[in-house]
Write a protein that binds this ligand. Structure first.
Ligand code: M6R
Length: 611
């Protein structure tokens, strides 16, 4: 939620900041703004709407100066107006701040500051920060920021600019912040993707860090009293993502590019992890003894990652024959979960920064459970703070709608299930050689799936775009896929969609099926094939237009569905990796038919760093 950037160096800051904001625009796009300092004069330009508005306003009119901060907003407090756009200034107009996160105690602070005569212009929580800074500022930005941060409650990453200082100061507290290290220039950003054009060397800041950034110098301190004795060095991380990975290349949308990157993403998930018939998961920091002692498994995530978690539940139960729970993180953290030192909580997240998922990890730690993060972004909070990590290695995902991160998560979960089975001395399903062969063939089968799906998905997508509703059905591991298809369709096309375990529809929701309602059934599981056929009959009898996604060898669908997408024959437990493709492409085609903003759908942000 919201992206923040800062630049200090030798280049003109304004275009640098706008370009880096563009790279972060998936974090929010309600308004954008920059503040640039030059010889004690600070120019602020901020506008509602997307970054193009800001870019257009600055064209031919860029303020000089080689130091500045910038912001792209996902509105929480106050509507997306110019006055609520960041950066915010203090009463003197000499101090400026941009924020990602929420200041939970802002009402009390605002009352206090109003009593002390401060004048507020916006409705944001952020503005209290800069007026508080004004209270403490006496020419030393670092010292004032430390005092300011110590008064704030919530989760926040803040970057500050003072008209009279040639440095930026920033704070991290439960919201991501990194410093990209260049030669004679340094960049602050919410996310690694924003610095890839400049450098592959980054410092990932930790909670409580206060960092002073100059063109040739970076100093780290802390505002947390309990850590006051050990500020200083942070380890330099070398990032293996490239600038090309975050460009659209010839694709009209990031989402489409990322859908087509899935064979490569899954290949990377598998790379180096299968050796001589064994699974090698080096990052897994749990000993065989710890793994054997586990007696309960819990998979926790949000959104698309939660659908991967549901798949994880089916998979782990099937492979390990132990009870597994799957929870939405915002529920798990507040439902007093039953955990012990013998529990493993598996947290799935593309960004590794989702607030509720991080809070679930903290809840698990507080109850003595072990945690394992299945994460895409290296150095993210979940990756650093979980007991063990399994990187999905999908590469940077820019489109708000998650695609390749999902298929990489499913693949990582298959690896994990088999790895845990080995440690617990449980046989793999399908036999070892067979399963490894199919795992290694997944990228090629994804290629094939893309080929067979694309034309059909276009036809279905256009039909579904006519709305107003669409239903997705599935049983067993197809049920999470149905949910994922419905989420994808809703979030990028705004067509109302619902997903149901196919047998459940008749317990109420079937009342909504009427003449012409599209119903797409995912039916890749032999054991429930006949049941799915019956469920399709039920909706068809009520006038539904029916479509099916099946695995090679599906039979008996003639006269029952209008059209079929046939996936390559892989073991049943693997089909969700392939079935994700039609789920994504149908949504993409519906959204483009409706001329929606596919990569940046309304009301959303990619990384949900607030509750
Ligand atoms: O970064 P995470 O995987 O933790 O994000 C979880 C959800 O916010 C995310 O999957 C969201 O639902 C996407 N918009 C789905 O396409």
């Amino acid at each position: 939620m919201c992206g923040i950037v800062g630049y200090v160096g030798r280049r003109t800051a304004a275009p640098m900041l706008v370009d880096r904001l563009d790279d972060l625009s998936y974090r929010g796009y309600d308004s954008a703004g920059i503040a640039v300092a030059n010889d004690g004069v600070v120019v602020v330009q901020k506008l509602p709407g997307k970054i193009e508005n800001l870019r257009a306003a600055l064209a031919g009119n860029e303020p000089p100066g080689t130091i500045g901060i910038g912001h792209t907003r996902w509105a929480t407090h106050g509507p997306p107006t110019q006055v609520n756009a960041h950066p915010h200034a203090d009463c003197t107009g000499r101090l400026f701040v941009v924020q990602n996160g929420i200041i939970e105690n802002f009402p009390g602070l605002k009352r206090e500051l109003l009593e002390r005569g401060h004048e507020f212009r916006s409705q944001t929580d952020t503005e209290v920060v800069v007026h508080l800074l004004e209270e403490y500022y006496d020419g030393d930005l670092m010292a004032a920021v430390k005092k300011t941060a110590a008064r704030l409650q919530g989760s926040f990453a803040l970057a500050f600019l003072a008209a009279d200082e040639g440095r930026l100061v920033a704070v991290r507290y439960h919201a991501p912040l990194i410093v990209g290290v260049g030669g004679g220039e340094n960049v602050l950003a919410s996310d690694i993707t924003a610095v890839l054009q400049d450098t592959n060397k980054v410092y990932v800041l930790e909670n409580g860090d206060v960092v002073s950034v100059e063109a040739n110098r970076i100093d780290v301190d802390t505002f947390l009293p309990e850590r006051a004795k050990k500020p200083g060095e942070r380890q330099l991380t070398i990032v293996d993502w490239r600038a090309e990975d975050v460009s659209k290349n010839e694709y009209p949308h990031y989402m489409l590019k990322e859908i087509y990157e899935q064979p490569r993403a899954v290949e990377r998930t598998l790379q180096g992890r299968i050796k001589d018939g064994d699974l090698v998961l080096r990052e897994m920091d749990l000993t065989p003894e710890q793994i054997r002692r586990l007696d309960s498994f819990h998979v926790v995530a949000c959104g698309t990652a939660y659908h991967a978690a549901l798949f994880g539940k089916y998979l782990l139960e099937r492979v390990l024959r132990v009870p597994v729970t799957a929870d939405i993180a915002s529920e798990f953290r507040y439902r007093n979960p039953i955990l012990s030192a013998k529990s493993l909580v598996i947290l799935i997240s593309q960004s590794g920064e989702t607030a509720d998922t991080i809070a679930s990890m903290e809840e698990a730690h507080a109850r003595g459970a072990k945690t394992l993060a299945v994460v895409n972004v290296r150095g993210s909070t979940l990756a650093r703070e979980a007991d063990a990590v399994l990187y999905t290695r999908a590469g940077p995902e820019i489109a708000v709608a998650s695609t390749k991160a999902f298929t990489a998560q499913l693949t990582a979960l298959i690896l994990l299930a088999c790895y845990l089975a080995d440690q617990r001395k449980v046989d793999w399903p399908y036999g070892r050689d067979e399963l490894l062969k199919h795992l290694l063939e997944l990228p090629a089968n994804l290629e094939r799936t893309l080929e067979v799906t694309a034309p059909t998905a276009k036809t279905w997508g256009r039909l579904i775009a006519a709305g107003p509703d669409c239903y997705f059905l599935g049983r067993n591991v197809d049920e999470p896929l149905a949910r994922e298809a419905a989420l994808k369709l809703k979030e990028i096309s705004y067509v109302h969609a619902e997903a149901y375990p196919a047998g459940e529809l008749k317990h109420g929701t079937i009342a909504l099926i009427s003449e012409g309602t599209p119903v797409v059934s995912f039916m890749t599981q032999e054991s429930v094939w006949d049941k799915m056929i019956s469920n399709i009959h039920e909706v068809r009898a009520r006038g539904a237009r029916t479509f099916a996604v099946v695995r090679e060898g599906g039979y008996g669908l003639e006269d029952l569905v209008e059209d079929v997408i046939t996936l390559p024959a892989v073991p049943e437990l693997f089909t969700p990796v392939l079935a994700a493709v039609p789920a994504q492409l149908i949504a993409y085609e519906a959204a483009t038919a409706l001329e929606r903003d596919v990569d940046q759908p309304r009301n959303l942000a990619k990384s949900v760093t607030v509750e």
